[in-house]
Design a protein around this ligand. Structure first.
Ligand code: AFP
Length: 334
């Protein structure tokens, strides 16, 4: 079919236009694409190949792992560890940084990923996804933890693959956001959503309202005003969504606007928020900002946070710019 731009063609054309973008980076993205196609196939086959259900183990976060959490982590690691494009990796499912086996050369990038985000949705056949973030690294070194603890603003690239009714990849290299749909017949991602942008305002919010009693005053105020609708201070009605799968929420916001909150709450003082900075907040924050939206903890821009640890959690408020700024302003007012 004429005029269909594949992801590979898109990346090579971008590589030609941007000075300093190397072929290695394009090859690295192709490695990630290959892994995600495998994951897409497994998610799609589901119970037919016995991959659903719990694995009866816990990850570093103390969360019960699904079989697919483990399988997808192995797929990512095994697709990326031998290619020579990476110096190291980190995964939401693995405690420490993942080293490149000594028999393989090391490259100039680091990859961080959540191999199956929203995995509690997998058994009920709802959308899940793979989130990834690429950072630069001194070429050929054996990276230490400190090499990984870079601000989100330093990401070279971030993306996610959505395993929903169709499989989609959303990608930024810091020059806007583009969406690609997997054509299952030819096994290629095709550019279907060029230059994705988020409207500044919205009439839709997403939050897990069952945690309401634990929220702080600024979030209570924002949601209360949305719920009051036309009769309240906002003078308009709002709609609510909660998929419990960050990738699905972010994709919805990229296509029709909205705001998503997983705010600070008082449930467990050792956990300032639920979402992981390096595997969730940073990559989606980069994508959201590149699409014209905003992403904050309520107190500071997500991409400005200097990470303190690999599995750090942060509050996340993201989406349509004017709404996020309003919520940040409510935090300033206290
Ligand atoms: P899982 O990967 O453990 O399902 O967690 C998904 C997630 O990190 C994020 O994708 C959702 O937005 C959020 O958790 C859902 O949280 P609730 O369980 O509080 O609804």
């Amino acid at each position: 079919m004429a005029n269909r731009i594949t992801l590979t063609q898109f990346l090579i054309e971008q590589q030609r236009e941007l000075p300093g973008v190397s072929g290695t980076f394009t090859l690295l993205l192709n490695d990630i694409v290959t892994a995600c196609k495998k994951i897409s196939h497994l998610v799609n086959r589901g119970d037919l190949i016995g991959v659903l259900g719990s694995a009866e183990s816990e990850n570093v976060q103390g969360e019960v792992q699904k079989k697919l959490d483990i399988i997808t982590n192995d797929i990512m690691v095994n697709a990326l560890n031998w290619t020579g494009h990476l110096s190291g990796m980190a995964s939401e499912e693995v405690d420490d940084i993942i080293k490149i086996p000594s028999q393989y050369p090391k490259g100039k990038y680091l990859a961080l990923f959540d191999p199956l985000d929203g995995s509690s949705n997998i058994d009920v056949n709802l959308t899940v996804g793979t989130i990834f973030s690429i950072l630069r690294c001194r070429e050929g070194i054996d990276p230490t933890l400190e090499d990984f603890l870079q601000k989100g603003g330093d990401q070279v690239c971030a993306g996610f693959v959505l395993y929903g009714p169709s499989t989609m990849m959303v990608l930024t290299t810091g020059h806007g956001v583009n969406g690609f749909t997997l054509d299952q017949d030819i096994g290629e991602f095709i550019l279907t959503h060029p230059n994705m942008t988020i409207p500044d305002d919205t009439g839709e919010f997403a939050i897990n309202i069952s945690n309401q009693r634990f929220w702080e005053a600024p979030v209570q105020r924002y949601i209360d005003e949305c719920l009051k609708g036309e009769e309240g201070p906002r003078g308009k009605n709002f709609n609510m969504r909660w998929v419990a799968s960050l990738v699905a929420e972010v994709y919805r916001i990229l296509t029709r606007g909205g705001v998503f909150l997983y705010p600070l709450d008082s449930r467990d003082p050792s956990k300032p928020g639920k979402l992981r900075l390096m595997y969730e907040a940073n990559p989606v924050g980069f994508i959201i900002e590149q699409a014209g939206g905003a992403c904050s903890t309520g107190q500071e821009r997500i991409l400005d946070i200097k990470p303190a640890s690999l599995h750090q959690r942060v509050p996340v408020i993201l989406g349509s710019k004017d709404e996020v700024e309003r919520i940040v302003d409510y935090h300033r007012q206290g």
